[in-house]
Design a protein around this ligand. Structure first.
Ligand code: MCN
Ligand code: SMO
Length: 788
């Protein structure tokens, strides 16, 4: 794995609040989302989905469906089997038992919403009507709907996992047993993060077009991993790689849910080939809540060994994930519990020893996959809420307990061997304490308590892995390889076209990548246009996930633009009769350093390169297009803190969110507007996961929350004002010192919410540990009880 150098960039645009180039299109309804795309002659696809959680299919007859008017084709699991057995889900860690998820269920259905048949018809209406005519029979089997019951193997959830175990493993680092034996105090707790859905504004969607003449296939998908999907289409379906193109239109949020490969994405190309027409499927909201990856559900048991001064001497963590019926490829049911215990237990604290175990069990529920901060959220909730328990037990303020334990010297290697190169871990605690004006808060809290008003302040500090790369993956023992390319072309007028291999879901990547390119080339950001993986025909990418976009895309773009910059400098030097080393590119000008009178515009240099051979130095190769790859040489971590103030309504149990105070350190901020938007969005999703959202199942495995009437997303009326502060501790390894931050809000906010609610509940002598904090739970707590 090569170290790659990144050019030093004269920052002009980076760091400024450039308005998002995406917004005029997106905010005026002119975006082109997958549902907006209609191909001539297209047919429409609908899926029949299992209405029961667990059953044996005893009879399947689609002849009634096929006879229906307007229907071109109907397939069951047996029909699709000759083309593809299913998608293997396996995670490269100790103790993972793989599953194969069929494209359409065969023999056994294992969760409500599992696709069992597919219909292609002239319209979506005709397709859905025909779905009703499926003639099938099934024998219901006992449904496993609870992780602990699954662990006890009273019933088997999925015959592929006879002991219900999707994953089981662990690790121990240092003398943990000794630390707990010698501890002056031990604090511990079990935390539960409820099952939720990322519920992006835009649901999933796929269009496929097979061309019999060219044997080529085009797939439109709002995936976060277009190149990976392309590879899967060749690996699973045997399409010739050179003839597969994946196209990613505007996407209305992915949040990890769209970072999977789904059966629907593999079925549509097969259907298109079969019916010889383009086929289109747009997921409806009910399908999205039922069948797109679910998230989060896990139990975390965590314990700290503490010495008399309150220092953490050991951490023990055990995570039990409720993984649903299959591993969701490629991340699997492993990522929640595994990430939680491997990545988060020590956080910013200088704990010398640690031990963990992780388990994921199958249940007859929708497979759990990635959602913004996967695993980190649950782990951070457990760690940060236990920190507050410890602070209470020691009689310390939440700020003081954290300051006592925070790592103060870098680089720091945690017990598991993960290296943190830099960070503002202590400073972020100090800054957020000042932002909330803690003494004033305590006074207001105690005054209001006398009037029967219950205010609480919750603190949560975090470390976020970012810039997911080969180095990060190695550090975590996974061995995945990541890299991306970017192509930059300077045109004859001195403007740039950039292509990156990462698709964007709303993060403003096109804007920030343009800022990075503009600074490298010394031109204005308005003169750069960025294509974010519209087609896999252009730059290569490993996927927009693990908060890698800013680091990886800007790294690749800085390197590719750097190649072109050197050519521009060479020709400018020849035009100005100077040495290339003395030329700098700033404000659209190539000038002799310090001599602004001796300059030529970058546009004139570009024009000359295209049209004036006399301007070229000897042996000049005139291409102004460069493609470069980038992968970080080191794992990269950003950090920060959130403090949230809440008030509990003693009559309704409703949590009112008063204020959010956020400190974020993602190294060099490319665009503060965008970073602040990311913080707001992430924190609001964290408020949702901690107080409003829950995918509820009954005992038979029926999903009860299949509309936004039942599944409570947070709405603007509950969103509090934010105060945001940036600290910039640049990475030495990325272009311009950028670190990622796209997941931090959701990683850390739930812990702040739970801590705030528990702080407000302190007069009642109750501590809550289960999400979501429904009004019922809060009311019961105020009456001195706990319901789980
Ligand atoms: N940024 C910046 N300066 C930095 C870091 C980031 O200006 N130092 C900006 C960049 O525009 C970048 C954005 O903030 O695109 C988020 O940064 P980054 O952490 O690099 O995350 P990615 O670009 O890789 O986006 C993925 C990340 C993940 S993993 C999830 S999940 C998530 C998130 O982004 N999904 C999102 N935020 C989302 N925001 C929207 N609107 N939609 C999603 O689906
Ligand atoms: S869950 Mo984000 O796509 O890593």
């Amino acid at each position: 794995h090569q170290h790659m150098t990144t050019p030093v960039i004269a920052a002009r645009s980076v760091g400024s609040r450039v308005l998002r180039s995406e917004d005029p299109r997106l905010l005026s309804g002119r975006g082109e989302f997958i549902a907006d795309i209609d191909l001539p002659g297209q047919l429409h696809v609908a899926f029949v989905r299992s209405p029961v959680a667990h059953a044996r299919i005893t009879h399947m007859d689609l002849s009634g469906v096929r006879d229906c008017e307007g229907v071109h084709l109907a397939w069951s699991g047996d029909d699709v089997l000759p083309f593809c057995e299913g998608i293997v889900g396996e995670f490269a860690v100790e103790g993972c038992n793989p599953t194969t998820m069929p494209l359409l269920a065969r023999g056994e259905v294992v969760y409500v919403g599992e696709p069992i048949a597919v219909v292609v018809a002239e319209s979506r209406y005709a397709a859905e009507d025909a779905c009703e005519l499926i003639d099938w029979e099934f024998e219901e089997l006992p449904a496993v709907t609870d992780a602990h019951a699954s662990l006890a193997v009273l019933n088997v959830a999925n015959s592929q996992l006879p002991n219900n175990l999707g994953l089981k493993g662990g690790g121990s680092f240092g003398d943990v047993a000794g630390a707990f034996e010698r501890a002056d105090k031990v604090v511990e707790g079990r935390y539960y993060t409820g099952r939720v859905s990322a519920s992006p504004m835009e649901t999933r969607g796929v269009i496929a077009k097979y061309g019999w003449a060219s044997k080529s296939v085009q797939v439109w998908s709002n995936t976060q991993m277009p190149h990976f999907l392309r590879y899967m289409l060749t690996a699973y379906l045997g399409f010739a790689e050179q003839d597969v193109e994946v196209i990613t239109p505007d996407t209305g949020g992915g949040f990890g849910q769209k970072a999977h490969v789904y059966p629907e994405e593999l079925i549509l190309p097969l259907l298109s080939r079969e019916v010889d027409c383009p086929v289109k499927w747009i997921e409806d909201r009910r399908e999205n809540l039922m069948a797109a990856a679910h998230a989060h559900e896990q139990f975390i048991d965590i314990a700290y060994a503490l010495d008399n001064d309150g220092r953490i001497t050991g951490v023990r963590t055990h995570a039990l994930g409720d993984g649903g019926a299959y591993h969701a490829p490629p991340w699997t049911m492993a990522v929640e519990p595994w990430c939680a215990v491997v990545m988060t237990p020590t956080g910013i604290y200088a704990a010398p020893t640690a031990e963990y175990t992780y388990t994921a069990v199958a249940t007859n529920k929708t497979p759990v996959g990635a959602y913004r901060g996967v695993g980190y959220m649950a782990g951070t909730l457990a760690r940060e809420c236990l920190a507050d328990d410890a602070a209470r037990a020691l009689g310390l303020s939440p700020f003081d307990f954290r300051r006592l334990n925070v790592v103060r010297e870098f680089p720091w290697t945690n017990p598991q061997g993960i290296v943190y190169d830099e960070g503002s871990w202590l400073e972020s605690i100090d800054v957020v304490e000042q932002m909330v004006d803690y003494p004033a808060f305590l006074q207001r809290q105690s005054e209001l308590r006398k009037k029967g008003r219950y205010l609480g302040l919750g603190l949560s500090v975090f470390v976020e892995s970012s810039g997911e790369s080969t180095a990060t993956s190695l550090e975590h023992g996974l061995g995945d390889v990541y890299h991306d390319t970017a192509t930059v072309r300077l045109g004859p007028n001195g403007t740039a076209n950039v292509a990156i291999g990462l698709s964007a879901q709303g993060q403003g990547l096109a804007t920030t990548v343009a800022q990075m390119a503009a600074d490298t080339l010394g031109i204005n950001v308005e003169d750069v246009s960025v294509d974010t993986a519209r087609s896999t025909a252009h730059a290569y990418g490993s996927g927009t996930l693990g908060s890698r976009g800013a680091v990886i895309a800007s790294g690749a773009v800085a390197r590719a633009a750097g190649v072109i910059r050197e050519k521009v400098r060479a020709v400018a030097a020849s035009m100005l009769e100077a040495s290339p080393d003395d030329i700098e590119l700033v404000d659209g000008q190539a000038m002799i350093k310090g001599v602004s009178s001796s300059s030529v515009s970058v546009a004139d240099v570009a024009t000359a390169i295209y049209f004036d051979i006399d301007s070229w130095p000897d042996d000049f190769e005139p291409s102004l297009e460069a493609t470069q790859a980038y992968d970080t040489s080191r794992a990269m971590f950003s950090n920060g803190a959130h403090a949230i103030v809440v008030e509990l309504d003693p009559e309704t149990g409703f949590i009112r969110f008063e204020n959010v105070y956020s400190v974020e350190d993602c190294g060099t901020v490319i665009n503060p507007n965008i970073v602040e938007g990311q913080i707001r969005g992430g924190v609001v999703q964290g408020i949702g996961a901690s107080a409003f959202e829950e995918l509820a199942y009954d005992e038979s495995g029926q999903l009860l929350t299949t509309t936004f009437l039942d599944y409570g997303l947070p709405t603007m009326d509950v969103v509090p004002p934010f105060v945001i502060h940036h600290i910039e501790t640049p990475s030495k390894h990325s272009a311009a010192g950028v670190k990622g931050m796209g997941e931090s809000g959701l990683i850390a906010a739930p812990a702040a919410v739970l801590n705030a609610v528990n702080d407000a509940l302190s007069p009642f002598g109750v501590v809550l540990r289960d999400l979501p904090l429904t009004p019922e739970k809060v009311l019961a707590a105020m009456a001195g009880g706990v319901i789980t």
